[in-house]
Design a protein around this ligand. Sequence first.
Ligand SMILES: C[S@@+](CC[C@H](N)C(=O)[O-])C[C@H]1O[C@@H](n2cnc3c(N)ncnc32)[C@H](O)[C@@H]1O
Length: 211
Amino acid sequence: MSIQNRWHERYKTADIPWDTGRPDFNLIDMVTKRPIPGCRTLEVGCGTGDNAIWLARHSFRVTGSDLSEIAIQKAGDKASDAGVECRFVVADFLRDKISGAPFGLLFDRGCFHSFRSDEQRNRFVDNAAFHLEEDGLWLSIIGSADDAPRDHGPPRHTAGEIVNAVEPHFEILSLHSSHFESNRTTPPGAWVCLMRKRAKKRGASLETGTK
Ligand SMILES: C[S@@+](CC[C@H](N)C(=O)[O-])C[C@H]1O[C@@H](n2cnc3c(N)ncnc32)[C@H](O)[C@@H]1O
C-alpha cells in the first residue's frame, strides 16, 4: 500500500488517535507566550484542521495542507461550521509546492516526524525552507525517543536526529521536552521545536566581515 493510501485508510477507518478534536496546547503556549504575531501561515499535514482553525481565529491567515483528501474535506467542513476563514489543500509536502508562499510561519504536528529516512526528512526540510520568507519560523511537534519503547503511538525521535535534519536550513530557537495534546491517560512524549530559517545573505556578510 502506498504511503498516501495508508494515511487515507487511517482517516477512512477513523484510526486517528492523534485527532483529539482540540488544538494542541503546545501550539497555543508558543503562540501566546513567546508570542508569535499573526502572519501568513502554512500548516503541513493539518489533518482535520483543529490547529489551523485555532490559528485562523487568532489573527493568522492559514493554509492547511494534507496528503489525505478525507482529512482535508473534514477540515473544510469544520472551518465552515465554525465560521472561520481558512484555506485547505490536498498536497504531498515531499513533492508539491503550495501556493501562497512565502509564509511567515510553518507549523506541523506529527507530520515531519512521520518520515523515517534521512532522504525524506531532508526533502521535507528543503521544502519547509522553500515555503518560508527570510527569518520565517517553523514550529514542529515531534514524537520523542525519551518515551519508553512501545509498539504503537507516534514515531520516536532523538533530539540529535531533529538537529541533524533541520540544521542546514534552520537555526533552532528552542527545543524542549513536552507531550502531545492527547485523549490518552498517558500522553505520548513530544519535542516542541521552534526554528528560524537561516538568512543566507546574513551568513555571507558575516563571513566577509571576518576577513
Ligand atoms: C499524525 S497525523 C497529524 C495530523 C494533524 N497534524 C493533527 O495534529 O491532528 C500526520 C498527518 O500528516 C499527513 N501527511 C503524511 N505525509 C504527508 C505528506 N507527504 N504531505 C502532507 N501531509 C502528509 C497525514 O495525512 C496526517 O494527516
